[in-house]
Design a protein. Structure first.
Length: 444
């Protein structure tokens, strides 16, 4: 492996952070392991967060590499899996490791990772856990997705000679402001990466302002455009269509606290002209289901709650889908999807998943996490921006009553995604070149 090429030295703040995380690791583990246990994750797999591997390192052929991807949760892990599939098609014989931090991402990985890859929970960002992880897996390259800047992990991996990349990079304005207050440490962290691929030019400029090497920074679009469509259940889809019996349906997905009131007000307005219309409401946090159910009742609407097994009947005005792992089916069920996290300044959610399912997108103005995506998608006609219940109801009503316009929006959304996914080949080329990845040698 090549020797580390750091453009800045570790700082006192970095050493202080490393010492603090060492002290706090037992408390952090208690918290994260409890979360995993609540989702049925075994004790053995929980200990992966301390760097204890639950699987052996794969046997590699001569000159083959173990390429490590890390994403925080489901969205980042899906982007990572997209790149794993592309890299494997270009460099067969190499193996891949995906790490993430949540039970839902682990469950998704089991279903969607190819045979050339395996999943582990990421080690806590503390010296002992990271050391155990790296000693076992010995990755040749580490590719981190979006905003995963874990100082101890990155520094330890680089010190071992692991070549590092940050892909699909995005940093919130708050995060950039925070890093600028500790610029020497930011410069040290940026210098650990051999390649930084950003979602847009603004993020590239932010990374440069934090000390990243201009020769290593490239805007490359949002990799989520190239992710495979969310899986759906044909049986559930058929069941739901039978229950709807031809009723019109619209979806409000990934809604956050403070948004459901607006969605329900819009639905009440729509029911005046579309009395059989059904709203499928998918909260971002299913544990809020009881709170949302009370909200629906207070709005004077009837609802059925999926997690309790309640059936969707002709009298159901709102179907509360408080379950995980079924978004792909819901998106395939309706061509009209409002994405939450956007009526408030939360950052928005992934429109590519909606477009890939063949639906058109509605969003609020608070989509800062997808600032490179929504404006051109709206300009292309694949999405509409709404600000309140009145505008949301009007947008849904337009698409319900003018099917030609709805079809045009669906086609535009799909076309935009197809255009954006072409960036993947450029990303893969840069990863192969900058990280020194290559085809394993064939045995004589």
């Amino acid at each position: 492996m090549s020797k580390p090429d750091q453009t800045a030295s570790p700082t006192l703040l970095f050493y202080s952070y490393r010492a603090l995380t060492r002290l706090l690791a037992p408390f952090a583990y208690r918290k994260v392991s409890a979360k995993l246990a609540a989702h049925g994750v075994s004790d053995r797999r929980q200990r992966e967060r301390l760097g204890h591997a639950s699987q052996p390192r794969p046997d590699l052929a001569a000159s083959a590499s173990l390429i490590w991807f890390h994403g925080a949760s489901v969205g980042e892990s899906l982007a990572a899996i997209t790149l794993i599939n592309r890299l494997h098609s270009r460099l067969p014989g190499n193996r891949f490791l995906l790490t993430s931090g949540t039970a839902t991402s682990a469950a998704m990985a089991v279903k969607r990772l190819p045979d050339c890859a395996q999943h582990q929970f990421a080690p806590l960002d503390s010296s002992a856990a990271v050391a155990r992880f790296l000693a076992h897996w010995r990755p040749d390259a580490g590719i981190f997705v979006e905003s995963e800047l874990w100082p101890v992990t990155l520094a330890a991996a680089k010190a071992r000679g692991t070549r590092l990349a940050l892909v699909n990079a995005r940093l919130s304005a708050k995060s950039v402001t925070g890093w600028r207050k500790k610029l020497p440490t930011a410069r040290f962290i940026m210098g650990l990466f051999d390649l930084l691929l950003t979602q847009n030019k603004q993020v590239a400029e932010d990374l440069l302002s934090l000390g990243a090497d201009p020769a290593r920074v490239f805007p490359s679009g949002n990799l989520k455009a190239g992710a495979a469509a969310l899986p759906h259940s044909a049986d559930l889809l058929a069941e739901m269509r039978a229950a709807l019996a031809g009723r019109a349906l619209w979806i409000a997905s990934s809604t956050h606290k403070g948004e459901e009131e607006t969605v329900l007000d819009a639905h009440k307005a729509l029911l005046q002209d579309h009395p059989d219309l059904c709203l499928l409401l998918v909260p971002r946090h299913p544990e809020r289901a009881d709170e949302i159910g009370s909200m629906i009742t207070q709005a004077g609407l009837t609802y059925a709650q999926r997690s309790t097994g309640a059936a969707l009947t002709p009298d159901t005005q709102v179907y509360l889908a408080d379950t995980l792992g079924e978004l792909g089916t819901w998106y395939a069920l309706s061509p009209i999807v409002f994405l939450g996290g956007s009526l408030l300044p939360i950052g928005g959610h992934n429109p590519f998943e909606v477009a890939q399912a063949g639906a058109a997108v509605l969003t609020g103005p608070g989509y800062s996490n997808f600032i490179e995506t929504y404006p051109p998608l709206i300009a292309a006609g694949g999405a509409k921006e709404v600000c309140d219940a009145t505008e949301l109801a009007q947008a849904v009503d337009l698409w319900l009553t003018q099917p030609d316009q709805l079809q045009n929006a669906r086609d535009a959304a799909r076309h935009y995604v197809d255009e954006q996914s072409g960036q993947l080949d450029i990303v893969v080329d840069r990863l192969i070149s900058s990280l020194g990845l290559h085809m394993p040698e064939r045995a004589p």
